[in-house]
Design a protein around this ligand. Structure first.
Ligand code: 4AD
Ligand code: MG
Length: 453
C-alpha cells in the first residue's frame, strides 16, 4: 500500500515499513550511500530518503536523476538532520521512469514566463504545486460554503444562444463549414450559438424555483484584452437568491470572500508559507485583514467624486457615466480605502439590461467588489423583477424581446425580487495567493493568441 508523503511527514511515531511513490527532485551521492529528495505533489515538502550502497535497486542509482519517477520501500525514522522531523531509510528502491538529461526543471528559479511555456511540467515545481493544491482546496471550499447555507448547485449550459452580458464578446459554436453566417438556420442548433459568458440568466430560472442556487463552471469571453487578469476561459461562481435585494447580495458577496480567505488561512498554511516567502510578502497580513475587518461600501457617484478629487494622474478619464477602469478600481481599494470596497448603484447606460432600475431612474442596482492588487473580483446586482420595466430596459439596450421570452416569463408567473453575483475564481485565487498573473493560477491558460496544451 502506498503512503502519500504528506501523511508520512505528519506521522506521530516511526514506522517499520512504508512505500512511497513519486518523482526525484535531487540526488546527492556520498561514499557508501546516497540522499534522494522525493516529492509526490501531496504537499510542498519533499521527503529525504537515505539509500545505502547495498540496498536492492542501488545498482541503478545513477538513473535516479532529477525528474525520474521511483518507488521507495523503507523505514520511517526520526531524522538527525535539521529542518525535518522524519526521513526514510530505504530497504528497496525501484526506478519507474527515467528522466532524460534535458528535463527542464533541473535548477531552481525559473521565470514564470518560462514556466508557462512548459505548462505540462510546471505542476512539478514548488510554486505551481502549491497554486494548484490551493485551487483544488478552494473549489471544495466554494461548494462547502454554499451547501452549508442550503444553496442548490445548478449546472447551467455551456452552449447558449443568449448574450447575458450584452457585450458581444462571445465565441461562436458552429458545425457549419464555409460562411457560417449565410444560413444560420442550417446550423446544428438551428440558430447561432455561442459559448456562455455567464450562467446567470439560466441560474435565475432555478432561483425562481429552488430559492437559493449557485453555479460553478467554465465561462468564456472573447475580449481581446491581453492583461494579467483576463482569460478567454475562466471559472465563475454565480449564486442567485430569490427574495433578496441589493443589500443581501452585497452581504453574501463580502461574507463569501471573507470565508474563502479564512479557509485558505486554516487549510493551506504550508502552501501559503511558500507564497509569503517567494511571491508576495504581504499575503498573510492581507488575508487576516480581509477576515477581520469589514469591507467598505460606496455608491458609484461617490466613488467618482473621490477619483476626481485626487491629485493622482490616471491614464483613462474619470467622469460620471464612464466605466471604472482597473487603475481607478485599484486606486479606490489600494490607496483611498486601503481595504476591499464594494461600489454600488452604477449608471444604467454602462450596465446590462437585467439590472434593476433604481427610483432615481438613472442608476441600477449593480455592485462590484474591488480588492487590492486585482480590482474587480465580484460583479453582481439585484435583478429587474418588474416585467414592464424589464421590457423597457431591453428596448433601452436594443435587445429583441422574442429572444428572451423565457426570461420574461419569470416576471409573468410569480415574480420575486432576486439578486446574485459572479465571482471570477482565478481572480479570487490571485488575490488569496498573491500570484500576479491569471495565467499562473489556471492549469492551461487560454488567452488571445495562445491555446497551447
Ligand atoms: O462582472 P461580470 O461580467 O458579471 C457577470 O457575468 C454577471 N452575469 C454575474 C452575475 O451577476 N451572476 O463577471 C463576473 C466576474 C468578474 O467580477 C470577474 O471576477 C470575472 O467574473 N471575470 C473574469 N475573470 C477572468 N477573465 C475574464 N475575462 C473575466 N471576465 C469576468
Ligand atoms: Mg463586471
Amino acid at each position: 500500500m502506498r503512503t502519500l508523503i504528506k501523511h508520512a511527514l505528519a506521522a506521530t511515531e516511526p514506522k517499520e515499513s512504508l512505500t512511497l511513490k513519486g518523482w526525484i527532485r535531487t540526488r546527492r551521492d556520498s561514499k557508501g550511500f546516497s540522499f534522494l529528495e522525493l516529492n509526490d505533489g501531496s504537499c510542498l515538502t519533499s521527503i529525504q530518503v537515505v539509500v545505502d550502497a547495498g540496498t536492492p535497486g542501488y545498482e541503478a542509482i545513477q538513473k535516479f536523476t532529477t525528474g525520474a519517477s521511483a518507488v521507495i520501500e523503507g523505514r520511517l525514522v526520526a531524522s538527525p538532520g535539521a529542518g525535518q522531523k522524519w526521513e526514510v531509510r530505504a530497504k528497496r528502491i525501484e526506478l519507474v521512469g527515467e528522466a532524460e538529461a534535458s528535463y527542464p526543471l533541473q535548477k531552481k528559479g525559473h521565470s514564470l514566463e518560462y514556466l508557462r511555456t512548459i505548462a505540462h511540467l510546471r505542476p512539478r515545481s514548488n510554486l505551481f504545486g502549491s497554486v494548484f493544491r490551493v485551487r483544488s482546496r478552494l473549489a471544495y471550499a466554494v461548494h462547502q460554503f454554499f451547501q452549508e447555507r442550503d444553496f442548490v448547485y445548478v449546472h447551467t449550459p455551456i452552449i447558449t444562444a443568449s448574450d447575458c452580458e450584452g457585450a458581444g464578446e462571445m465565441f461562436r459554436v458552429t458545425a457549419l463549414k464555409g460562411n457560417i453566417d449565410e444560413k444560420p438556420a442550417a446550423d446544428f442548433f438551428g440558430k447561432p450559438t455561442y459559448l456562455t459568458v455567464s450562467g446567470q440568466l439560466e441560474g435565475e430560472t432555478f432561483a425562481c424555483a429552488l430559492s437559493n442556487i449557485y453555479t460553478f463552471g467554465p465561462t468564456f469571453r472573447a475580449e481581446n484584452s491581453n492583461t494579467a487578469r483576463h482569460a478567454a476561459e475562466f471559472w465563475m461562481i454565480e449564486p442567485e437568491m430569490a427574495f433578496c435585494d441589493l443589500q443581501g447580495d452585497m452581504d453574501l458577496g463580502e461574507e463569501f470572500v471573507k470565508a474563502m480567505a479564512r479557509h485558505t488561512l486554516e487549510h493551506c498554511a504550508e502552501d501559503l508559507g511558500l507564497f509569503a516567502k517567494f511571491v508576495d510578502k504581504g499575503v498573510l497580513e492581507r488575508l487576516r485583514f480581509v477576515v477581520e475587518r469589514p469591507f467598505q461600501r460606496v455608491p458609484y457617484t461617490e466613488a467618482i467624486k473621490i477619483l476626481k478629487s485626487t491629485s493622482k494622474a490616471f491614464e483613462y478619464p474619470v467622469e460620471y457615466g464612464l466605466n471604472l477602469q482597473s487603475e481607478h478600481e485599484r486606486f479606490l481599494t489600494e490607496d483611498h480605502f486601503k481595504s476591499p470596497v464594494t461600489v454600488f448603484n452604477y449608471p444604467r447606460e454602462i450596465k446590462p439590461f437585467y439590472m434593476r432600475l433604481n427610483d432615481d431612474g438613472r442608476t441600477v442596482t449593480a455592485m462590484d467588489v474591488l480588492v487590492p492588487g486585482i480590482g474587480e473580483v465580484i460583479g453582481g446586482s439585484q435583478r429587474e423583477e418588474r416585467r414592464d420595466q424589464l421590457r423597457e430596459n431591453m428596448r433601452f439596450q436594443k435587445l429583441r424581446e422574442e429572444d428572451y421570452g423565457w426570461y420574461l416569463d419569470l416576471r409573468r408567473y410569480g415574480t420575486v425580487p432576486h439578486a446574485g453575483f459572479g465571482l471570477g475564481f482565478e481572480r479570487l485565487l490571485m488575490f488569496l495567493t498573491g500570484v500576479a498573473n491569471i495565467r499562473d493560477v489556471i492549469p492551461f491558460a487560454r488567452t488571445p493568441g495562445s491555446a497551447e496544451f
